[in-house]
Ligand binder design. Sequence first.
Ligand code: PLP
Length: 757
Amino acid sequence: MRISEQILAECHAHGVEAYPEETCGFIVGNLDDAESLETVYPMRNIMNEMHREDPEQFPRTGRDGYMIDPREHMKLERSLKKAGKQIKVIYHSHPDVGAYFSEKDKEDALWNGNARYPGITFLVCATNKGKPGDAILADFNANEGDFDITEIPANTSEESYGLLGGTFGVSGILPTLDFIHEWKNGQREVEYGYFRFVPPKQVKNFQQQLAVRHQARHALAFSSGRAALLELLSYLQDSRPLTKLNLASSATFITDALPSLEMSALHFNLNELPAAENFSAKEGDLILIAPEDLQNFVSENAEWLEKFKRLRVPVIVYEEAASGSWPADVQLAWPNGLTYWITGFDLPESHDLPSGIAGGVILSNNDRQMAELSELRKRRGAILSARNAALFCEKFAGNTEGTKMNSGNSSGVATEPGCVHEEAVTKQLCAWENASSGFLFPSGMAAIMAVLTLLQKREKPRLIVIGLLYSETYSLLMDSGRSSTCEAIFIGLHELERLAEVLTKDTAMVITETVTNPLCGVPDLERIGKLANAQGVPFVVDNTLASPANCQPIDWGADYVIHSTTKYLSGTNDHAGGAVLVKSPENAKALKKFQQNWGLGISPLEAEVLRKRMHDFEERMQRFNKNSLAIAHFLEAHSAVDRVYYACSSSDVSSSPAPKLLSGNGGVVSFVLKNNTEDNLRRFYDGEFISILKAPTLGSNQTLVCPYPLLTHYHDSDEDLLEIELPRYLIRIAAGSENNIEPIIADLNSSLARTTQ
Ligand code: PLP
């Protein structure tokens, strides 16, 4: 039996989520196909309950044993029967003891020396210190009367650091401050990092394969061909302000997008090619062509293309792959004269693949431009899902076996189109946020970039930014603020009286975060909302840190609410995505069109994962709220701690709008040490944590710690940091949703004991 990377990753992710307890569940496939493995069904481990009721009969707890909830099991069996499906594998996790088939596992799997569940394979996934490890498969061998064991080594080359969240993990683990410094200073190549900054290995592989295949030096993958093209145009417009677009394409998405790129185009016809000498690099000419048959066009017009190389006028060719097409047969060597070659991909829908698995790539030999574009992609977030990239790679290798995707849903009903998951997620988010419509994006930053680009207009050059926002949002806004046609005005949370003055009708938007990252400031949404609404200025709120469980910004006047679904909503560090919830149907219509034009849809595979993870979101969020408060109160009382920052802080209850706006704290608590130096921070951070992981994300079900400003604001001078009131050696704790906070507090206690005061 071969278990695909995706299926194994899901089982591991479930193990990571339950860590330090064991978890369990089933893998289901088609009744009539012995090899088919389609869907992972996590089940409830009721071992703790059994132990509580009868410790003598059930001496083990969830820490070292599992028992699948029989009611959930029965319910699943009933729905599987109707759908022609069957349980093929029973899996469980082994926290911190390695992957092996224990005597207890054997005992449970046998009945009178024979298989208790004939034909069923057992999968054991090791979860080491909360990270996915090796796995084994155990199959009963009737001749031997014992189990055959197949080892599945951990799919990482983990050394001192690793990947958080399994095969499709979103974040690297950062073991020491020196590690972070070396990485920042370019002395260390990291294999794993936050998904937007260090592309996941599946995406890297895909890019590499494309570059080799097309004999190009660089390949950069995006969420779609459209996104690839428009991100390139946006980059060229910003870096070569004279850009004059000469366009030979009838694609309406390009002409629709031009106003938001502040570009216009001169059209020409591919059947009557203008003389290359009519164009000039000095004048900022740029050629964009989308021939119907690229291969033919390039070979028939090789001379014409060559001339552009001599003239140094950039030429882009664009192919938007029609649904189902795959350029596997295209064996085109890099055509001379071409600067950028952009292709879209779209896997054909099949019985086991939903429609909409898309992607796009920019190929080029331009070193500097591609490096700059890669930097921009980190910030603008139109990334390719690692899940899509894994499938594309398998397609390239001609291997489609074992890539059966999970198309079932948690009710056990079989194959559904990919959009069903997206619809279910957006419906739920709209219900929580009191929005009229919702849209999912490839990342939180892509969601922010979309709203920003949609709302920014030449005739509305002003942006108002309230509070210190997430570093990448801040940089995106600063970039916009630097462009000649736009002016960003930054207002502190305690300077809201300035807002009425600067909020004019030429303001494109007011933007803030419900709880700011990482200082946990809470802006008075009601006050801002009233002023913005009165002027008819769109009010945009990033609600990621509060989450939909703790705040509904639309109730306070927000027009657009943004989430990074990479965080609390998914919780398992193995999903990347973003969401925008919109108050008015009219604004929703415009955003929908924008999203389609810019190719910024979420992968159906990510939507599916998100949907599954959201089923217990509200319950998890209660634990995030509770755990973060316990951590904050512990830190406040500790003599080595100087200041603690958290949203529902009791110290400024009279002046903070938090009690009015928030029903919970969220998970983030930041603090500074009394002896606020790098050496002291090193004493705290570099030592061993037992239950806390050192990673830069938040909203993870496991508690995380990171030296946030050292990671994200390292370019800033002391004066810059002073101006934004961000202490350089701030420590950010992203509390998890663990049931028991004691081991986390114990970790913090022993790490604080290492510091000096
Ligand atoms: N908004 C906030 C408040 C964040 O903290 C982040 C990421 O940390 C984002 C947006 C960006 O989300 P993503 O990383 O999914 O692109």
